[in-house]
Ligand binder design. Structure first.
Ligand code: CS2
Ligand code: MG
Length: 403
């Protein structure tokens, strides 16, 4: 039996915090898993170190499903972002080990390729519409087939998705949460202008996406979806908070603009109704936060029954380990939609050497055995953890709102 003989959690901060689980086996094979939960990293690190790793030692490294069930049912306190990110990290590491033992890139163990590469979308953002479009044009020149547009909102000091550094968007920007101020009215007035200008400047042979980031009511989202229909968005993302999945029925009644949701989901139960009632078009759940490859494949299989495609989250706070795992998943499923791709910094890429490459508007997982990514532990040790919180968001009257 291929036994798990040790496991450790590596917390590193090459520009932002990442939590990585590394599992070692009796024949020297190792596997890695991403366990990064932006703003709550140490919770998952402790969950793994104090409550999971002691149970892993001596277990069969090949028994991925059994281990998943052991950690899910055995927790008693099921689901939630911390638990499911910890389970995800173990799952990714065990799939990494299994594929390395087989000498194959992971996608070959997931049924082989359904497509060459995973179409990705880049992030164009700017304080003004002009700045946003100028950055979108630079992505167009790089061969991207899909671009997300996020622009400043006239009258608001800040908004979601517009970063100071423009290229690397890292929202966890302070040792205590920064306070943002929001106005849906000001925002709703600005988005149609952004899309009209974008279509005029970029044309129609490019997918244009937008992230509302949980900030509208269903009827506001219905109105925005209708306002944008002439510009054919690829999707409107996180239109409304999705604890109440029935919220999306109201949006669906008013617009044919495709809807995407799910980057903060951590299990199939968070999206079962959305998928079964076809209230969404893309499910954004990701490998690191939704229980790993094992569970995300279940979500994709359910989605496939209802014409829902995947659109995995891929922000900079998901490490190259998660991106590697996502790409093996993306090329192997029938109902892949699109993969988010926010570049990591050079420092991050150096800590996580990886096989995936960008080519012609898509990412390719590469042919290295396993996930095709490692963590340089010596280099990682040079970047100690630095507490950083995601911002909070208030309405102009000072009441708490959704960030
Ligand atoms: C965003 C993320 O990428 C996205 O679609 O929603 O940037 C999200 O805000 C961060 O991952 C939060 O840590
Ligand atoms: Mg988002």
């Amino acid at each position: 039996m291929l036994k798990i003989v040790s496991a450790r959690v590596i917390v590193t901060c090459p520009g932002r915090n990442f939590v990585t689980l590394k599992i070692e086996t009796s024949d020297g094979l190792t596997g890695v898993g991403d366990a990064t939960l932006n703003g709550r990293e140490l919770s998952v690190a402790s969950y793994l170190t104090d409550h999971v790793i002691p149970c892993l030692i001596g277990r069969d490294a090949h028994a991925i499903e059994e281990t998943w069930q052991y950690l899910y049912r055995g927790a008693y306190w099921r689901r939630g972002p911390v638990t499911m990110s910890a389970i995800a990290a173990v799952d990714m590491a065990l799939w990494d080990i299994k594929a390395k033992a087989a000498g194959l890139p992971l996608y070959q163990l997931l049924g082989g390729r359904c497509r060459d590469g995973a179409m990705v979308y880049a992030h164009a953002n700017g304080a003004t519409i002009e700045e946003t479009i100028e950055q979108a044009q630079s992505y167009l020149a790089l061969g991207y087939k899909a671009i997300r547009l996020q622009s400043g909102v006239p009258g608001l000091k800040s908004t979601y998705g517009v970063s100071k550094t423009r290229l690397f968007y890292e929202p966890a920007d302070a040792v205590l949460p920064t306070e943002n101020v929001w106005s849906s009215e000001k925002y709703l007035r600005s988005v149609p202008d952004l899309f009209k200008a974008a279509r005029n400047a970029l044309g129609w042979d490019i997918h244009l996406l937008h992230d509302i980031h949980h900030r509208l009511t269903p009827i506001e989202a219905g109105r925005l979806g209708k306002d944008l229909e002439p510009y054919r968005p690829f999707w409107l993302e996180d239109a409304v908070p999705a604890e109440n999945q029935a919220n999306f029925r109201l949006i669906r009644q008013h617009t044919t603009t495709p809807l995407a949701v799910g980057e903060i989901f951590n299990s199939i139960w968070d999206c079962k109704q959305l998928i079964e009632e076809q209230l969404i078009d893309y499910i954004r759940a990701t490998v690191v936060h939704a229980g790993g490859i094992t569970h995300l494949r279940r979500i994709a299989a359910l989605a496939d029954l209802y014409n829902v495609r995947t659109g995995c989250h891929g922000a900079t706070d998901l490490s190259p380990v998660c991106m590697s795992a996502a790409l093996h998943f993306d090329v192997s499923i029938p109902n892949f939609g699109i993969q988010e791709y926010m570049h990591h910094t050079k420092e991050t890429d150096a800590v996580f050497p990886h096989a995936y490459t960008y080519r012609g508007g898509a990412l390719h997982p590469g042919e290295a055995p396993g996930l095709g990514v490692e963590i340089d532990e010596k280099l990682a040790a040079q970047y100690p953890y630095k507490r950083a919180f995601l911002p909070v968001n208030r309405l102009e009257d000072g009441s708490m709102f959704n960030w």
